[in-house]
Design a protein around this ligand. Structure first.
Ligand code: ASN
Ligand code: ZN
Ligand code: CA
Length: 329
C-alpha cells in the first residue's frame, strides 16, 4: 500500500550516496519518522509544493541537473535531525509529538537562504540556482529553530536572539557530527558546504566567531543590540570551548583555533556530547523567551548539576567555558 515503509537510494549534492526513508511506490515521505516529507516548490514561494515521487526509489544525481537532488539533501537532513533528537535527547520530532515536518526545496529564483516558518523548512537554490542551501548543518539549524520555538521560545532579538541562533548552530553541528558522513564530516563551521560567500569560506565559525568579521567572540552589554546571527557568537564560542577547549586542532579536516576571552585556558573540556546534553536540558527546561546570557550560564550550570552532580567535573567545565566567554558568575 501507499504508506508502506521503503528505503530509497539518494544521490545527494553534499553527502554522497545516502539511504533515505521513503514510502509507497515511491514518494519522498518517511513514515518511520513521523511522515517527514519533501516537496518541490519549482520556483514558487507559497503553498506546500509537490511531493517528490520516483518510479524506482533511486533519487537525484549528485548535481543540480536533476531537480530531485536538492530534495535528497533536504530529506536526508531532516532524517538525520529526527534521528539525532530521538537517539540523543529522547525528543520525538520538532514538536515532541511524533509528527514529522515538510521540507520544501527550489524556493524562488536563486534564493540564498533557508528558513523555518513555524511549520516547515524551506530551502533556496543559492547563487545561480547552483548551490542549494541543503547541507546537513543548515538543515539541522533550521529544524532546531522549530525545537527552540517548541521549548524555550526564545525571542529573536536581544540576548535571547543570540541564544536562539546559537542553539540552531549548536544542534546543526551536532547533527552533522552524528551523521559521520565521509563527504561532510563534522566540524564547527556552519555552511562550509554551500559556498554562500563564493570563496569557499563558511557562514560562521564556532571556534572563533569573529573570523567572519561581524560576530562577537565574547559577551558584553553590546551583544544584545546585534543581529541574532552575530550575537550568537559568544554562545557558539562557549560550545566550542566546552567541547574542545582552547588551542588548535584539526577536526573534520579543518584546523580550528580557539582562545578564551579572559585569558584562561581549557585543557580538559567536557566534550561535545556532554555540552550538547547540558545545552538541550537548558533550552528545554531552564530558559524562556527573554532569557539572557547570564540566564544561560545559570541554567546550564543547574542542568549540569542535575545531570552529573553538584561537584562534577562536567559542571565545573560548563561553568569554566562560560567564564571563558566573559559571562562570569
Ligand atoms: N537562515 C536564516 C536562519 O535560520 C533565516 C533567518 O534569518 N532567520 O537564521
Ligand atoms: Zn537561524
Ligand atoms: Ca559544518
Amino acid at each position: 500500500q501507499d504508506d508502506e515503509i521503503k528505503t530509497g537510494t539518494g544521490n545527494s549534492m553534499y553527502s554522497g550516496q545516502v539511504s533515505i526513508g521513503t514510502s509507497g511506490s515511491y514518494s519522498m515521505s518517511d513514515p518511520s519518522r513521523g511522515g517527514n516529507n519533501t516537496t518541490d516548490l519549482n520556483g514558487g514561494t507559497s503553498g506546500a509544493g509537490t511531493i517528490f515521487t520516483d518510479p524506482d526509489d533511486t533519487w537525484g544525481s549528485g548535481t543540480t541537473a536533476n531537480r530531485q537532488t536538492a530534495g535528497v539533501d533536504a530529506h536526508f537532513g531532516a532524517q538525520l535531525t529526527w534521528d539525532y533528537y530521538k537517539n540523543v535527547h529522547g525528543r520525538n520530532g520538532i514538536f515532541n509529538n511524533g509528527q514529522g515536518a515538510r521540507s520544501r526545496v527550489h524556493y524562488g529564483n536563486a534564493y540564498v537562504n533557508a528558513f523555518w516558518d513555524g511549520t516547515q523548512m524551506t530551502y533556496g537554490d543559492g547563487a545561480g540556482n547552483q548551490r542549494p542551501l541543503t547541507s546537513i548543518d543548515v538543515a539541522g539549524h533550521e529544524m532546531s529553530h522549530g525545537v527552540t520555538e517548541a521549548t524555550a521560545n526564545l525571542n529573536y532579538f536581544g540576548d535571547a536572539g543570540g541564544l536562539n541562533e546559537a542553539t540552531s548552530d549548536i544542534f546543526g553541528t551536532t547533527v552533522e557530527f552524528s551523521a559521520n558522513n565521509a563527504q561532510d564530516p563534522g566540524d564547527y563551521l556552519i555552511g562550509e558546504k554551500i559556498n554562500i560567500n563564493g570563496n569557499n569560506t563558511p557562514l560562521r565559525y564556532m571556534d572563533k566567531p569573529n573570523k567572519d568579521g561581524r560576530s562577537y567572540d565574547c559577551y558584553s552589554s553590546a551583544v544584545g543590540g546585534a543581529d541574532p546571527h552575530y550575537s550568537s557568537g559568544p554562545l557558539n564560542h562557549w560550545f566550542y570551548l566546552a567541547s574542545e577547549g582552547t588551542g588548535s586542532k584539526v577536526i573534520g579536516g579543518v584546523t580550528h583555533t580557539s582562545a578564551s576571552c579572559d585569558g584562561s585556558t581549557i585543557t580538559s573540556p567536557v566534550g561535545r556530547d556532554v555540552a550538547a546534553k547540558v545545552w538541550y536540558r537548558t533550552l528545554s527546561t531552564k530558559l524562556s523567551s527573554g532569557s539572557t546570557y547570564p540566564d544561560a550560564r545559570e541554567g546550564a550550570i543547574t542542568s549540569a548539576k542535575e545531570l552529573y552532580g553538584n561537584d562534577s567535573a562536567e559542571c565545573k567545565g560548563i561553568a569554566a567555558a562560560f567564564s571563558a566567554i566573559n559571562v562570569p558568575a
